[in-house]
Design a protein around this ligand. Sequence first.
Ligand SMILES: Cc1ncc(COP(=O)(O)O)c(C=O)c1O
Length: 433
Amino acid sequence: MTHQRVNLNSIPFLAEDKARSICREFGTPVFVYDQRTLEHQAGLVLGFPNAFGLTVRYAVKACPTSAVVKVLSDSGLHIDASSGYEVERALDAGVPPERIQLTAQQVPDNLRALVERGVLFNATSVAQIQAFGTRFPGRQLSIRVNPGLGSGHNNRTNVGGPASSFGIWHEHLDEALTVGGKHGLKFTRLHTHIGSGSDPKVWERVALMSLDACSRLPDVTVLNLGGGYKIGRVKGEETTDLQKIGSPVVEAFRAFAAKHGRRLQLEVEPGTYLVANSCALIATVIDIVDTGRGGYRFLKVDAGMTEMLRPSMYGAQHPIEVVPAATEERGQMKYVVVGHCCESGDVLTPASGNPEALQPRLLPETRIGDLVVLGGAGAYCSSMAAKNYNSFPEAAEVMISKNGLVELIRKRQTLDQITQNEVMPSFLKRRAK
Ligand SMILES: Cc1ncc(COP(=O)(O)O)c(C=O)c1O
């Protein structure tokens, strides 16, 4: 069957014959990114409503592969990095330093060098203000505030409120100002990010609370409201309407300007929204087993938590489509799809929001050797996997260009690369003799 599309809304960029040919050329498991979808998503975020100017940062933690970073950077996006290493990867991908902001839990040892190159630093604690101030007295600085309220699609992705360690607790702003003042720092940028998959209503409330914090920081000219915008991966999951959540914030920025005489620039920094549905993971069915009457039928694939940890970590749902090795009519059957790791938690079809429970999925009857395509694989999959567990190598990654060309963007890792930093200590070598 030629040119038949994988019949799934969330993988509109991948046709069945394309999936087969990619696997023939690059093997499985393989991540397949789509340039056109990435650029489309970038365009949507660049249209975020704003009163006095907008900068969009791509939160590279979602997927730091250099080709993905380059597509989004070339589309006009700046970068939010979560570690000094992510900064360096973005620089290597060709992003100008002044377009990168570092918001990290750990201050990198080379902070001085990065800031001297022009990278922006966003201090996420009073100790980080101190660390920046001792190195760069008298400079401008961004600070991240925990506004007292958070929201995520579960507790692990909620990064605001009293149970979260991210950012300076809103009641400690005076202390932040005192420490900043000691070093002659000026807080010119304020940052809040309350979680991934946040409730749009809570996000809106936090936007207003953040404006309130700006009124206590007289030098602030830029307000970064973070990322966290929901994207639906499977039917029934919502996608945040950026126009809808952004419009009331425009009004609030105008009201702030009228009251305080400051026209604040808006920044947003999504990861998921930009990349989640821009990628699919293709795996091969390696085995099918069952546990008898009243049990389950398991479909085992050559990927799993080593490429896609979200299902076993959060009970996250990803669309799954079967591409038969040979085209023929097939019935449907319920399967629990599991990964290749010797780990009972390596499940790709858990119950929604409950990684402990199995949720069989109705799929076309499947045979060993068929392909399984997992959609919504662009965010926090290749970047947040149980890498090298069971010594499985990192999967290959390819990108489909706007012209339909498929090129490698990350080679499959080799066993030598997995073990290259291991060293046999001399006392064991001696014993071996
Ligand atoms: C500071 C910061 N900004 C942006 C993001 C991006 O979030 P999302 O991928 O949910 O849009 C994160 C994610 O954890 C974050 O920690």
